[in-house]
Design a protein around this ligand. Structure first.
Ligand code: ATP
Ligand code: MG
Length: 110
């Protein structure tokens, strides 16, 4: 997987919360997704990427997630399936990576 400096800092971070600050389209989300894919491959984890709404996630985060996968054969081998309905990457080691909207569902009471 081809990675840059942002990947390195996020991957090596040990703090419980890591904040990425930077200009629009400077590669923050892309690098963080690369880190999350690596974590999902190395240990069994459940990851949720939250965005403002589903159309936004589909046009941004999810498109880049698929690009990252397409560009890495080792990563493709670790992924069992992408569930289109629930937008979940299912990994062979049991990890799961999903995307979710932070908008509240008006039809749910909770
Ligand atoms: N390392 C990379 N390799 C290839 N393409 C990249 C890389 N980093 C970013 N890109 C491209 O640049 C676009 C913008 O990057 P990204 O969405 O990560 O920026 P961002 O810093 O999160 O911006 P924003 O603050 O608007 O959320 C991505 O959709 C992707 O197509
Ligand atoms: Mg971003």
């Amino acid at each position: 997987m081809e990675t840059g400096i942002l990947f390195k800092y996020n991957y090596n971070a040990t703090a419980p919360v890591v904040i990425n600050q930077g200009g629009t389209s400077s590669g923050k989300t892309y690098a963080i997704q690369q880190v999350l894919f690596c974590l999902a491959c190395t240990e069994k984890v459940v990851i949720t990427v939250v965005g403002q709404d589903i159309p936004n996630l589909k046009a941004g985060v999810l498109r880049d997630a698929h690009n990252i996968c397409e560009r890495s054969q080792p990563l493709q081998q670790m992924i069992k399936n992408f569930n289109r309905t629930d937008r979940v990457f299912e990994f062979r080691n049991g990890s799961a990576g999903s995307t979710s909207s932070c908008q509240r569902n008006p039809f749910k009471s909770s």
